[in-house]
Write a protein of this length. Structure first.
Length: 401
């Protein structure tokens, strides 16, 4: 399945979870997905300028090159006029009447390859390049389809909205000067004008999804209660304890002698001895830190997890583990609890809304594809691109059932 560019509306600065491609083989798309979700300096500007909302966001400016309808008819099929110093710009496909150009595909693929170089060797990228090109082209088709629908509905993104998002993008990347910003754009082969166009297109797509999909998504109180009752384990807080530990580590030491010292220290503490005094007295003992931190029972080592649950608060006991001899005291215990429905209802609502939105978006895309005409003008290189594009709808319908 190929991810649609609007499959999950995200903030302009990526940070979300994308679905990992299935299977154990690590490929270019897997590495690209990991790069998208790994935060790092300048990562979000690179991701945004090359990936858009989810998988692909190309800057399709060449179709606005001011050629008249008569001139276009006079051209040879599948080409646009060459610009000075450039070869003829081939049209790969038409989405309804709008072209997707070879330069659109190459620009986006080149930027994604730069991301992949952080993850994969060149030979692996080369092997996966045909798959990546195909995925990118399908994403560009979906993006163009969404742009056309937004235009039909008169959805716009004004200069103030674009400026605001670009400011957020700069802030997220700690870019404070115009020089730094230009350098960051240059690193991914982007110009300020192209970035503004891409931001504008992305904002329009987000508004489209909100207007035609998310606005109709509703989660009832009954659905929230049902989810809560059917997934009670998700809202359980396990028993937790604050521990004091004095450990006599046996690695490389005399186990018999250390056990004897541990028993002596235990007797002193059980007799009312001061913990700080006792712990400093035995040079082979290590006082563990973290007494102020609660630890879940299932996070304790095997020996402690078996002994600690039955220990009374404040008492000292000796526990032997594979590490050595532990003098343990439970300072405080928080019993297992289940969060009240009122405390988690908002989180449940957000989760259910997200799930419903995903399904609604998939259904919406299926309907848009059915009403969109795709013309393949490069069948030599992409003979099955229309079938692959339409196959997304079948995949999405199957997933949503």
């Amino acid at each position: 399945m190929v991810h649609s560019p609007i499959a999950s509306p995200q903030p302009l600065v990526m940070g979300k979870d994308s679905a990992q491609p299935g299977g154990s083989r690590r490929n270019a798309l897997t590495a690209l997905d990991e790069t998208m979700t790994r935060p790092r300096a300048r990562q979000s500007i690179l991701t945004f300028t090359t990936l858009g909302l989810m998988c692909v966001a190309a800057v399709a400016t060449a179709q606005q090159q001011g050629a008249s309808g008569q001139a276009a008819e006079a051209m040879q099929p599948g080409t646009l006029p060459a610009t000075p110093g450039n070869v003829i710009n081939m049209i790969l496909v038409k989405v309804n009447n709008d072209p997707i150009l070879l330069t659109d595909l190459e620009t986006t693929v080149d930027s994604q390859v730069e991301l992949l170089r952080q993850q994969l060797p060149e030979e692996e990228i080369a092997a996966q390049l045909p798959q990546l090109q195909r995925t990118v082209l399908i994403g560009l088709i979906d993006q163009k389809m969404m742009q056309q629908r937004a235009e039909d509905l008169g959805i716009t993104a004004d200069a103030n909205m674009v400026d605001s998002q670009i400011r957020r993008l700069r802030e997220a990347n700690d870019i404070t000067s115009d020089e730094e910003f230009q350098q960051a754009l240059a690193e991914v082969g982007m110009t300020a004008d192209k970035l503004r166009e891409q931001v504008r297109d992305t904002l329009r797509q987000q508004q489209l999804v909100q207007q035609e999909v998310n606005r109709s998504v509703f989660v009832s109180e009954g659905e929230i209660a049902q989810y809560y009752n059917e997934h009670a384990e998700e809202f359980e807080a396990p028993t937790k304890v604050r521990l004091r530990q004095l450990i006599f580590l046996t690695a490389g030491g005399d186990s018999e002698a250390l056990m004897q010292q541990a028993h002596e220290a235990l007797a002193e503490l059980q007799g009312g001895g001061d913990y700080a005094t006792v712990s400093s007295k035995y040079v082979n003992a290590t006082a563990m830190t973290g007494e102020d931190t609660f630890i879940a029972m299932n996070e304790l080592n095997e020996a402690l997890s078996e002994s600690v649950p039955d220990m009374p608060v404040g008492a000292y006991e000796l526990v032997q583990s594979k590490f050595g001899f532990h003098i343990v005291s439970v300072l405080e215990r928080q019993d297992r609890s289940v969060a009240a429905l009122d405390d988690v209802s908002q989180a449940i609502r957000q989760r259910l809304t997200s799930e419903k939105s995903q399904k609604a978006i998939q259904d919406y895309l299926v309907g848009l594809r059915e009403r969109t005409r795709l013309t393949n003008l490069d069948p030599t290189h992409y003979p099955d691109i229309e079938a692959a594009w339409k196959a997304q709808s079948a995949d999405q319908q199957e997933q949503s059932q």
